[in-house]
Ligand binder design. Structure first.
Ligand code: ATP
Length: 270
């Protein structure tokens, strides 16, 4: 924790979050995808946004990283407003976005893909250190450094996309559904490494996921997003105990809490 943050906490106050999203509204043409979303990522924490297909998870991340501009609301990072800034300026400030579906450069080698993640940097020594760290987290990428990225498996491409983001030495990592399309064992491997990156390097993480089982295990704070709105917010520990989370995200109940069949039950977000 920084000296400033320690000082604030010593005075009994709460440190300002690293990232704050205030009441954003984002559209695709006439379609309002995000309907007034607010959330915060405290320094050093893993924050999870759960949501079904089409809930707006990807749009929230794109609005933070500057890929999309919100019609309303603000994105505040390290106390400064970054709303509608160009994505390359936002990367330079320390926010790296790992997009849904990895989006690696298929005809470039693994090593060249990783170099692309450091395209704004000039500190050769630091880049070399970070490359070694990425290879330490993901030994399979070291083994395949000269192979074309398009030939990697889905799991390896996910590792490469995370590694490429780490090459920007981010303070905040935005992760868009890293579990998508991967076998459970690989998902566990990747989430263990995400946890290590948070613990060992103090990188704060905003993770959007449908896979609540794994996401709530690694997260500190969780939000539930439904049709562009936040409907629930709590610690991940507490969310794991909530009936609606168990029923709709963890698949732990055959029948609703009132004994009704699942398909008839209405979500009340308790
Ligand atoms: P998924 O898990 O399926 O990626 P998501 O929670 O990330 O879902 P978004 O991709 O953010 O959801 O989409 C939010 C809403 O915006 C959805 O209703 C979706 O249909 C709509 N949407 C997304 N992309 C576009 C687009 N290019 N044009 C029009 N509408 C879009």
């Amino acid at each position: 924790m920084s000296d400033a943050a320690t000082a604030v906490e010593a005075q009994g106050g709460e440190a300002a979050p690293l990232l704050e999203v205030r009441n954003i509204e984002t559209y695709y043409g006439p379609i309002m995808a995000i309907r007034g979303v607010s959330l915060a990522v405290p320094q050093g924490k893993v924050v999870v946004v759960l949501g079904a297909n089409g809930a707006g998870k990807t749009t929230v991340l794109k609005t933070i990283s500057g890929v999309m501009d919100p019609q309303k609301g603000q994105v505040i990072y390290q106390g400064a407003e970054i709303t509608r800034q160009d994505p390359n300026r936002i990367v330079a400030r320390g926010i790296s976005h790992v997009p849904e579906g990895r989006e690696v450069f298929p005809f470039l080698s693994v090593r060249e893909n990783l170099d692309m993640g450091a395209f704004l940097r000039r500190d050769r020594e630091g880049m070399q250190e970070d490359l070694e760290r990425v290879f330490d987290y993901f030994p399979r990428l070291a083994e395949r450094a000269n192979q074309q990225a398009g030939q990697l498996s889905g799991g390896e491409q996910q590792m490469l996309a995370i590694g490429r983001a780490l090459m920007g030495r981010p303070k905040l990592l935005l992760l868009d559904e890293p579990s998508l399309g991967l076998a459970p064992l690989l998902v566990k491997e990747i989430f263990d490494i995400v946890s290590r990156i948070n613990r060992e390097q103090g990188v704060s993480i905003l993770l959007v996921e449908q896979n609540a089982n794994v996401a709530l295990q690694v997260g500190d704070i969780g939000y539930v997003l439904e049709v562009g709105r936040i409907v629930m917010e709590d610690s991940c520990k507490a969310l794991l105990q909530k009936d609606d989370i168990k029923e709709f995200y963890l698949g732990q109940k055959e029948t609703g809490v009132r004994g009704k069949r699942r398909w008839k039950k209405k979500k009340l977000w308790r």
